[in-house]
Write a protein that binds this ligand. Structure first.
Ligand code: 5GP
Ligand code: MN
Length: 335
């Protein structure tokens, strides 16, 4: 599907798997707060490796081991282990959707401890960690790279693997709406659907279902949204924030806030949007989106994070007003 990675890189990745005895230990890891692309690509490849006969495949992610509700019916969940139980020095490690080893949190030490590490990713901010780099910034999702690898390994695409990769692809293309939604993306979607998937069921479960408490929480958080039409050189910045107290009052898990940015970024009067999600007393996980003119990856990188040109994030410390001021300043610096 993609021919932007060098043949050498592909053959190194294929050899890393093919030359491994079937009783070798394999650890698959994806980034903290896994989204659909991270967890879907990881589980899809995990199921593929199992189909190839590998008997000791673990999949894991850092932080709380609970699988976010939208992904609790993905195939392959039995591959998951809490990071505390992840093998310390796997024969092979594969990393998914993480641009830097730090995004793997407490699993980052396996990158060097492993016999070899193959990285599957699509971030332009990829730091180059790991040994074999299947990293294609032109790919719409890590799942695009994952599917190609499975194909090259001779794995038959079954409905279970396809469902994992479909969820990944739909997540990172914003349901086939974003920039990177090329003809190849639709061709891949067609290939995945042809295994017998029911897209309406899958997408309702994954994207269009949330608890009543989350609906009320969204109402409250959206009602405090701020707009500054003068920011970003007059193109406008819109932002809101959600605190741990908001979550507690509505009895919700942090992951229900992941799609919040989609409700904020539709603001017509702003080119750039951001959502601050509190993770500790003075700590925020910041999501940013741009409609095109502004490079939010540059903003995120300047503030210690990363991502894509139109979707990026970072961890911030301090008060909401200070974090927003830092973003504003960075947006102005960029022009
Ligand atoms: P989201 O806003 O959906 O959480 O993330 C959007 C993009 O920004 C993703 O591609 C993600 O990899 C990147 N991103 C989000 N938060 C962080 C962060 O704290 N550090 C880095 N390096 N990238 C982030
Ligand atoms: Mn991704």
């Amino acid at each position: 599907m993609t021919d932007r990675l060098s043949p050498q890189e592909w053959s190194a990745a294929v050899a890393a798997v093919r030359e491994l005895p079937r009783d070798a230990t394999v650890l698959l890891a994806c980034h903290v707060n896994p989204d659909g692309d991270a967890i879907g690509s990881m589980l899809g490849v995990g199921l593929g490796l199992r189909a190839l006969g590998f008997r000791h495949v673990q999949a894991s992610f850092p932080g709380p081991p609970e699988v976010p509700e939208p992904f609790t019916s993905l195939p392959g969940l039995d591959l998951l282990v809490p990071s505390s139980r992840a093998v310390a020095a796997p024969d092979l490690m594969m990393s998914f959707d993480a641009a830097s080893a730090s995004r793997l949190g407490e699993l980052a030490d396996r990158v060097t401890a492993a016999g070899t590490t193959v990285v599957l990713d699509h971030h332009a901010s990829y730091t180059g960690f790991g040994k074999v780099h299947l990293v294609d910034p032109q790919a719409a999702a890590t799942a695009v790279v994952a599917e190609e690898l499975l194909h090259r390994l001779g794995v038959r695409l079954d409905a279970q693997i396809a469902e994992c990769l479909y969820v990944a692809l739909v997540t990172d293309t914003g349901s086939f709406k974003f920039d990177m939604t090329t003809p190849e993306v639709h061709q891949l979607a067609a290939k995945l659907l042809a295994t017998g998937l029911q897209p309406s069921e899958i997408t309702r479960r994954v994207f269009d279902t949330r608890p009543f408490g989350a609906v009320r929480l969204y109402g409250e958080v959206l009602s405090r949204t701020q707009l500054d039409p003068d920011a970003a050189g007059g193109q406008g910045l819109v932002w809101t924030w959600a605190t741990l107290d908001d979550l507690a009052r509505h009895g919700q898990h942090p992951y229900v806030l992941e799609p919040l940015i989609d409700s904020v970024r539709c603001t017509a009067e702003a080119e750039v949007s951001c959502v601050l999600k509190q993770v500790a007393a003075s700590e925020w996980s910041v999501s940013m989106r741009s409609k095109g003119a502004n490079d939010v990856r540059a903003v995120a990188v300047a503030l210690g994070g990363g991502g894509h040109r139109l979707a990026a994030g970072f961890t911030a410390y301090g008060e909401v007003a200070d974090v927003v001021a830092a973003i504003r300043e960075q947006l102005d610096t960029d022009r």
